[in-house]
Structures are given as structure tokens and as C-alpha cells.
Design a protein. Structure first.
Ligand SMILES: NC(=O)C1=CN([C@@H]2O[C@H](COP(=O)(O)OP(=O)(O)OC[C@H]3O[C@@H](n4cnc5c(N)ncnc54)[C@H](O)[C@@H]3O)[C@@H](O)[C@H]2O)[C@@H](O)CC1
Ligand SMILES: Nc1ncnc2c1ncn2[C@@H]1O[C@H](COP(=O)(O)OP(=O)(O)O)[C@@H](O)[C@H]1O
Ligand SMILES: [K+]
Length: 553
């Protein structure tokens, strides 16, 4: 797992390193610039030579009469340290024989000290013009365009750069042809963030000139030390292209981490494999007994998907609790999954007398009318606090009185809302999240999920391509289905039901609520990646054996 930092945490780490005398700000800036240049040549090895089109890469005779044409870069520098990184990149490319043009947004006299030093170093080598004289065409006909305008310091809208951002987006969208520079369009590289994006929320700051874009776009975004939250949530994921992290020699301070651990958000990059390995070899009950409630006749598919997910993820037994009138429908569809007739809350309470049932899933296509009493029975304080996943109708049924639901929830519950369900249960939080941000740090999906978990008193998994999972104590993870884990085909009917089933099955196996939600969300995307486009919900659980095999389980 990688820790995702906020801008303030990054600044604190940097400041701690500088204060300890380990490193100077200027050294960090130099390493950042070197990291960017390294990342560029790793991404486009064809740019690594000193010369560009018409050049002789190997000095071979057929090229000897051709004129050497240096590669051309345009570097756009901003008024802060992000601009400072840009001046370093300009100098390093110049040293490699590149023709480099530098444009500044802001005034040189106001640059912060380290950026100012690198500005001066650059002016020994070349000119700096105002960004307003950077004619758009000039920018677009070079080999490389460096966006060093704004990084983690973006706190408000950048209206006068809207046209530039518009063109950058066009350039990124319009061509993905390799090698980029041969078709007279630049490769676009953002330093730390595409300019205009809030590092903490991944959101940009819309301006009233709505026809302009609000932030830059890039083919690759090079960040430093550790990625930031904004690289994985919000609008930024569309803008970053690909995120490359470069080490700049900062060590995470142990003390700093200890005092801030609740505020650190993690990027899920693997399942909790040690726990997944712990299938007991005793008997099926050793791996837990999950129960999933179905809806009425004609509405049982969602629960069957969840049950299949729970079984495949390793619960020893899975029982579907089915209303009498739907028994035939369900019986004709399931084999290894068991059935029990449960018509109402009293039946459910009786069924739950069986203490071997150690995880429950309630909500998928349950029916809004039936949901409230059944949820109350499932969460009945007279029962043992049983790990329970509440999804879909179990959440929506409480739209008119979310507090009544929160009063019944306990710490072994997991709520799995999508955006609509989240808004029904947490309307004020959703409103904050959907409000147009005007200043940074903007309220983020991480803030919203943490606040919701605290209010609900249990784990909340807020679905989406950027699924955020938070516990009431502030622990938080992001399961990103972006960049190399992009799986848009996972947005298919019933896929959320399978996820609820995965969580339930893992809870039955003894995972704690946070671990179950994290592992299930990660496996869910892995299954989708394994299957690829064309996936339907039924396919998801069937990919688990292959995913487990790949994990060496
Ligand atoms: N923190 C660190 O550890 C390191 C930071 N580095 C670089 O420094 C960057 C952060 O530098 P800064 O904190 O100076 O921030 P930025 O360079 O991102 O920009 C901040 C400046 O822009 C101004 N600003 C913000 N929004 C504006 C707007 N809408 N219109 C006009 N001006 C606006 C701010 O007032 C401030 O002067 C990072 O993104 C990274 O590129 C690197 O040099 C390496 C180390
Ligand atoms: N663009 C996307 N990329 C990857 N996963 C996605 C994307 N959009 C939605 N998902 C995932 O698909 C699932 C959809 O769940 P949900 O909205 O509850 O649908 P349903 O009720 O049909 O099951 C969630 O796990 C969500 O995280
Ligand atoms: K930038």
C-alpha cells in the first residue's frame, strides 16, 4: 500500500527534512527537476538523444548529410516552487542540447527563494518571456511541453489560463500516436499536477467563463516522494494521463507518521493476502456462514449475485433467505447455495438465532417497503453484533430518517452506498461534496467518506471508479480503478451486488470490517481486469479462482 499525502503533509515532510539539515530546499528542487527529466526519457526513449527530427541516432552513414535538428521544449513556469522545478528542467534539457523556450506566469521578483535561484540560473542560459506571449502555435509545434505553472499550491481558479488549458486538453485527446514528436505535436508533461488541480481533492476550480477548461491536461504527470490524494480522486484522474512518482530522497518521518496516522489515506495496491491465506482446514463452518436476504419473487437476482460472490470469496456456507413466494424461482437457480424461507422480520430474527451465521448481507433488491423492518431485525440489539453489510434498499429505505438507521448500526457494519444512496443518507455531506469549489483545499470524496463513517459509526465504502473506504476512527483507503487499473466495464448492472457479497464472504471468514471492505473492493477490480470488456456481473465471482491463483493462494 502507498500512503497518499495531502499538500500540507508533503510540505511538513519537506520542511522536517530541511529543518533537520539533511537536505536543502534547493537540493530537493534539483532532484525534482532531475526526476522529471528521467521520467520523460523513460516514457519516450526516442527523446533521450540530444537531437530530434532528421538527426542521426547512431551516426550511421545514411544520416551523415542530414542536418541535426535539436529537440525543442517549451517550459511554462508559474509563480511558486512548481515554476522553480520548471526552471531546473529547462536547464537540464538545455545541457542535453535541447532548444528550450521558457515562459513565466507571474513576476520574477516575487518568486520564492529557491525558484528564484533557478530562475537566475536559467537566465544565464536563455530568455524568459511572459506566458501571455507564448503564442499557442509556438507551444504546439515543439516536441515537449512542460507544465510547471502550478503544483500542490493551487488554491483558486486560473481563469486567464483557460484557453491554454483548453488547447492542452485537445492535444492530449487528439493524438495518442507514437512517437509524438514526429507528428509535430508536443508530449505534455505536468510537474506534480496538471496546473489548476487541487492536490487534496483532485478537483479543479471552475470559473464563470464556463467555456474554458479549468485545469491543464497531460500525457504524464510526474510527482515526488509519494503520490497525493488528488492524483487518484476527483477530476484530476482525467487530467494526469499517467502518474509517475519519483523519489527525491525524502525519508518519511516516523514521528510525523505516528502523530498523523489517522489522517493518512492509503492507495490499495493489493489484497490483505495473509488473511486471504487463512482458509481453515477444519470444516466448512470454520470458514464462516454468510446469509444474504433476497427480494420478493422477480427480484431475487441481486441477492443471488451477492450470495455467489460470498461463496466464491471463500465463505464456508452461504444461505439465501427467501420469501415463500420466491422460493421456486431461487431454487431453480442455485445449487451450492442453501435456502431458507424468511418472509418477515420475525422469521429473520428466528433464523438469526443460529449463532453460526457470522455475516449478513441485506439490501440488494430487497424492496423499499420490506427493508426497514428487516434491517431493524438484522441489527436488533438483542442479537449479537453480527458483521453486516448494508447495501442498496437497506440504505435507501432510510432516506427519510437516516438517524434512525445510524442509531441501529454498530461497529461491525459496512455500508456500501453509490453516489445516489450516499446522498440519501448523508444529504448535507453530499451537498458539500457536489458544491462548486471556490478555494483550496476543496472538500473531497475522502473528506466526505470519513465524515460519513464517523456519523454512521461504522465502515463506509463509497463506490465509484475511485472507491473510498473509511472507518469511524479516520482510517481511509482508496481503491482506484484508474490508470493501469482502469476497468470501466465494471460499471454494469449487478456489479455492486457482487461487491456486497465479496465483503460479506470475507466478514464470514473473519476479516475485520475495514479489511473486508478493502480486500473486496480490490478483488472486485482485479476480477474485472482479469475478464476484460464484455464483463457482466455474473462473470465477476467466476474470475476469483484465477485472481487467487495469481496471488499464489
Ligand atoms: N513540497 C516539497 O517537498 C517540494 C515541492 N516542490 C515543488 O513545489 C511545488 C509547490 O510549490 P508552492 O507551494 O510554491 O506552490 P505552487 O508552485 O504550486 O504555486 C503556488 C503559488 O501560486 C499562487 N497561486 C495559487 N493559486 C493561484 C491562482 N489561482 N492564481 C494566481 N496565483 C495562484 C500561490 O499564492 C503561490 O504563490 C510542488 O508542486 C512541487 O512542484 C519540489 O520542488 C520538490 C519538493
Ligand atoms: N468507471 C468505473 N470503473 C470501475 N468501477 C466502477 C466504475 N463505475 C462504477 N464502478 C463500480 O461498479 C459497481 C457498481 O455498483 P452499483 O452502483 O451499486 O451498481 P449495481 O446496483 O447495479 O450493482 C461499484 O462497485 C462501483 O465501484
Ligand atoms: K504543474
Amino acid at each position: 500500500m502507498t500512503e497518499l499525502l495531502t499538500a500540507a503533509q508533503m510540505r511538513a515532510i519537506e520542511q522536517a527534512a530541511i529543518d533537520s539539515g539533511e537536505v536543502t530546499g534547493l537540493e530537493l528542487m534539483e532532484r525534482a527537476g532531475q526526476g522529471v527529466v528521467e521520467a520523460i526519457f523513460e516514457e519516450w526513449p526516442e527523446l533521450a538523444g540530444a537531437s530530434g527530427r532528421g538527426a542521426s541516432p547512431s551516426g550511421s552513414p545514411e544520416y551523415l548529410d542530414k542536418e541535426e535538428v535539436p529537440f525543442r521544449a517549451v517550459v511554462l513556469c508559474g509563480p511558486g516552487n512548481n515554476g522553480g522545478d520548471g526552471f531546473v528542467v529547462a536547464r537540464l534539457l538545455h545541457e542535453r542540447g535541447w532548444a528550450v523556450e521558457v515562459f513565466l506566469y507571474g513576476e520574477a521578483e516575487k518568486l520564492p527563494p529557491d525558484a528564484r535561484v533557478n530562475y537566475e540560473r536559467w537566465t544565464d542560459l536563455g530568455e524568459v518571456n511572459d506566458v501571455s506571449v507564448c503564442a499557442m502555435n509556438k507551444g504546439w509545434s515543439c516536441d515537449l511541453l512542460i507544465d510547471a505553472l502550478f503544483g500542490t499550491g493551487t488554491t483558486r481558479a486560473l481563469p486567464d489560463l483557460g484557453e491554454l488549458f483548453w488547447n492542452m486538453e485537445d492535444m492530449v485527446d487528439c493524438f495518442q500516436v507514437e512517437p509524438l514528436h514526429e507528428i509535430g505535436r508536443p508530449a505534455i508533461v505536468a510537474i506534480d499536477f496538471p496546473s489548476g488541480v487541487c492536490a487534496d481533492s483532485g478537483r479543479d476550480f471552475p470559473h464563470r467563463d464556463e467555456h474554458w477548461r479549468f485545469s491543464a491536461s497531460a500525457h504524464i504527470t510526474v510527482c515526488f516522494h509519494q503520490p497525493k490524494l488528488g492524483h487518484f480522486i476527483g477530476d484530476a484522474v482525467e487530467k494526469c494521463g499517467k502518474v509517475v512518482n519519483k523519489d527525491i530522497g525524502l525519508r518519511p518521518s516516523h514521528e510525523w507518521r505516528k502523530s498523523n496516522w489517522r489522517q493518512i489515506c492509503k492507495l490499495l495496491q493489493a489484497a490483505h493476502q495473509d488473511w486471504l491465506r487463512k482458509l481453515t482446514d477444519q470444516n466448512k463452518f470454520g470458514n464462516g456462514h454468510s446469509v444474504v436476504l433476497t427480494g420478493e419473487r422477480g427480484h431475487t437476482g441481486a441477492a443471488r449475485l451477492a450470495a455467489r460472490g460470498a461463496l466464491r470469496v471463500g465463505a464456508g456456507l452461504v444461505t439465501l433467505c427467501v420469501p415463500e413466494d420466491a422460493c421456486q424461482e431461487v431454487a431453480s437457480q442455485v445449487t451450492s447455495i442453501m435456502m431458507k424461507t424468511v418472509d418477515d422480520a420475525a422469521d429473520l430474527s428466528a433464523a438469526l438465532e443460529d449463532k453460526r451465521i457470522n455475516a449478513l448481507c441485506i439490501g440488494p433488491a430487497l424492496g423499499l417497503d420490506r427493508a426497514k423492518p428487516l434491517v431493524a431485525a438484522a441489527l436488533d440489539a438483542g442479537q449479537q453484533a453480527r458483521p453486516t453489510v448494508l447495501d442498496a434498499d437497506a440504505l435507501s429505505a432510510f432516506a427519510d430518517e437516516p438517524n434512525a438507521l445510524f442509531a441501529m448500526l454498530h461497529e461491525k457494519c459496512v455500508l456500501t452506498p453509490h453516489g445516489g444512496e450516499f446522498a440519501r443518507l448523508f444529504p448535507d455531506i453530499s451537498e458539500k461534496l457536489n458544491a462548486v469549489p471556490t478555494k483550496g483545499p476543496a472538500y473531497s470524496k475522502v473528506d466526505a467518506t470519513r465524515e460519513a463513517a464517523k456519523r454512521a459509526g461504522c465502515v463506509v465504502l463509497f463506490k465509484g471508479a475511485d472507491t473510498v473506504i473509511a472507518a469511524p476512527d479516520g482510517r481511509c483507503s482508496i481503491n482506484s480503478a484508474h490508470y493501469e487499473r482502469s476497468a470501466p466495464w465494471l460499471a454494469t448492472a449487478g456489479s455492486g451486488d457482487v461487491l456486497a457479497g465479496f465483503i460479506t464472504g470475507l466478514l464470514a471468514r473473519g476479516f475485520d470490517p475495514m479489511g473486508a471492505a478493502e480486500t473486496a473492493a480490490w478483488l472486485h477490480v482485479e476480477c474485472a481486469l482479469k475478464f476484460g470488456p464484455g464483463l457482466i456481473a455474473e462473470d465477476i465471482p467466476e474470475q476469483l479462482p484465477a485472481v487467487f491463483r495469481d496471488l499464489g493462494l
